[in-house]
Design a protein around this ligand. Structure first.
Ligand code: ADP
Length: 250
């Protein structure tokens, strides 16, 4: 594999003894977007945090582009050197800052010259089709627009990998479909690999080519999403298959 993540027999036990992941191994090829699926509490967010370098594995190894990035109890490659940005369900926008300042704050750590930072922020807002919202405060825009601000903030840092942890829940169907198609287009254009945590078959199939299904901290199935949906073994993909039949674009 040229670029991407590889988890080798990764386990994670949190303080207090919760075993969140047990001997999980899979690869994310940077040319494919991956959906990380499974019931609540199965370890999906833990996988993202481990890949982002926000947590260390209790055992096992994580490689990024073939280089050892994390190993037992240690984060070798710090988060800011992984070229990963995350967007969470809680979009974590600063209510007292304008949309533009929210995006600028997201890239403040890069210490870019003022004008460059400003140009990048405006570029990211226009990629997300919300340039005109730059002076507004988050409370004065819609839920879908807030999602776009969080996305613009993530894109402004020009990540190689964008991790999306259920950021679309709570959006109406039309807004969601529009946003999904924009993200899919942007990811291709900007060569960004997506890792998506979701419970929604439409989100997963619109954005991702491959999938890893977790259950109880272990891998239940993994592979090309279309193949998995053809003959799903896991309960979640059986439900997905049923739901996709009823979707307008299914
Ligand atoms: P998911 O994203 O699939 O809902 P998580 O990765 O958030 O699952 O959590 C997996 C398990 O680890 C759950 O049992 C959860 O309660 C536990 N867990 C997650 N984060 C922590 C933490 N910081 N401390 C202790 N337990 C945690």
């Amino acid at each position: 594999m040229s670029t991407g993540f590889e988890l080798r027999s990764v386990s994670k036990t949190y303080d207090g003894g919760v075993l969140a992941l047990s001997q999980v191994s899979f690869e994310i090829d940077a040319r494919e977007n991956v959906a990380i699926l499974g019931p609540s509490g199965c370890g999906k967010s833990t996988v993202l945090r481990l890949m982002a370098g926000l947590e260390s594995p209790s055992s096992g190894q994580i490689l990024l582009n073939g280089t050892n990035a994390s190993e037992e109890g240690r984060v070798l490659l710090p988060p800011y050197r992984r070229n990963v940005t995350m967007v969470f369900q809680d979009l974590a926008l600063w209510p007292n800052l304008s949309v533009l300042d929210n995006v600028l704050l997201g890239i403040a750590a890069k210490s870019l010259p003022r004008q460059d930072a400003h140009r990048r922020a405006i570029d990211a807002l226009s990629l997300c089709k919300i340039e005109q919202l730059a002076p507004r405060k988050p409370a004065k825009i819609s839920g879908g627009q807030q999602q776009r601000v969080a996305l613009a903030r993530a894109l402004a840092s020009r990540p190689r990998f964008l991790f999306l942890d259920e950021p679309f829940s709570g959006l109406d169907l039309v807004t969601k479909m529009e946003l999904l198609s924009d993200i899919s287009r942007l990811a291709k254009k900007e060569e960004i690999t997506l890792a998506l945590v979701s419970h929604d078959p439409m989100e997963a199939t619109s954005l991702c080519q491959s999938a890893v299904v977790l259950n109880n901290g272990q891998i239940e199935e993994k592979g090309r999403l279309a193949d998995l949906l053809h003959e799903p073994k896991s309960a979640i993909l059986r439900v997905f298959k049923e739901q996709l039949k009823d979707l307008p674009l299914g």
